[in-house]
Ligand binder design. Structure first.
Ligand code: FE2
Length: 337
């Protein structure tokens, strides 16, 4: 089975081809033949939904051509088209849906709607080999601590803890823009914080952990009002927000008794975050599985792999059109790990 995966929920348009055989998804029987993407560049203006959609529409065909060439297949060789149904920005989602729907109709193959959050978890399990982990999903728009549990008919992801306002990546992006770092986003914060680390002065910021939930907007307001130096604030933003995340995760780990912690999403690739999680996991006798860099940020392969898993497991879906606020805990699946 060859599946095309289209990702377009936020700043990235991705097109991938995955080849799969059998009922289970693993590195042995599920191969990524192509994984092409184009990312809308960050700027002081942030992301403007209409411009993101224009960007995705203008790059899609060139990415599709590249993906088919890299996979050495023709469109007629595809057995299904998977696309990211949501959550995401409405304008961007629609670009992916229109492209996927056209391909599905033209080729006469199924259109498989894929929950973007589920896809981050599934590509993590495929890439790291983690089995039934406690997953920490950290990206621009999302921050959730998740684990699979028995549902009414199948299995569903339960959200143990999550952000009550903005995602951790969005928080760091805003800090980068406010402090006018280079680049003006989370990457700028991470670079600045690394250069400052070891200068021992940790500026005090609000530390907002509510049981297993988190809030980041108070930290942002405190940074906007602070007269402390730019580098010190970037460092404090990173250290404080990561510490909050580790504390909430540790609480979920004790509650669920999971033995594996998996980090997924764009923020998961951060070395300092991984270092702090490693220390916590050693103390809790758990194994840490950070998703590899190439599958951390949004990409088409994660959509195709999850589409393959949905098809192979016989999981049914009803609505195929985009849903910008769909939650990970609103669906059940026919897999248990
Ligand atoms: Fe994402």
């Amino acid at each position: 089975m060859k599946i095309l995966g289209i990702e377009s929920t936020a700043h990235t348009i991705g097109v991938a081809v995955v080849e799969h055989e059998g009922k289970r998804i693993s590195r042995d029987n599920t191969r990524v033949l192509a994984n092409e993407l184009a990312k809308y560049p960050s700027s002081q203006a942030g992301f403007i939904p209409r411009k993101l959609a224009d960007h995705h529409a203008s790059h899609y065909h060139e990415l599709l051509k590249k993906a088919l060439a890299a996979a050495k297949i023709k469109p007629q060789d595809l057995d299904a088209i998977a696309y990211a149904q949501g959550p995401g920005l409405g304008h961007s989602l629609r670009v992916g849906f229109v492209a996927a729907n056209a391909a599905s109709k033209m080729l006469g193959v199924p259109l498989v709607p894929v929950n973007h959050t589920v896809a981050h978890v599934e590509v993590g399990k495929w890439a790291t080999g983690a089995i039934d982990p406690l997953t920490v999903y950290v990206s621009g728009g999302n921050t959730q601590i998740l684990a699979l549990e028995k549902g009414d008919e199948g299995f569903r992801y339960r959200v143990y803890g999550e952000t009550l306002d903005i995602g951790i990546g969005n928080f760091l992006d805003n800090v980068g823009r406010h402090l006018k770092l280079e680049p003006p986003d989370a990457v700028g914060v991470v670079k600045t914080a690394r250069a400052y680390a070891g200068k021992d002065n940790l500026e005090e910021l609000p530390y907002t952990v509510k049981g297993v939930d988190l809030a980041f907007s108070g930290l942002l307001t405190a940074i906007e009002r602070s007269s402390a130096g730019r580098d010190a604030l970037a460092y404090a933003a990173e250290e404080t927000s990561y510490a909050m995340l580790v504390e909430a995760t540790e609480r979920c780990l004790c509650h669920t008794n999971k033995r594996q912690v998996m980090l997924v999403g764009g923020v998961a690739q951060n070395p300092r975050l991984q270092e702090m999680f490693t220390l916590m996991c050693i103390e809790r006798n758990a194994a840490l599985h950070p998703v590899p860099r190439e599958y951390a940020g949004d990409n088409g392969a994660m959509i195709a792999i999850t589409g393959a898993k949905i098809m192979a497991s016989g999981t049914k879906w009803t609505r195929v059109t985009p849903d910008q606020s769909i939650r990970i805990d609103s669906q059940e699946f026919n897999w248990s790990d």
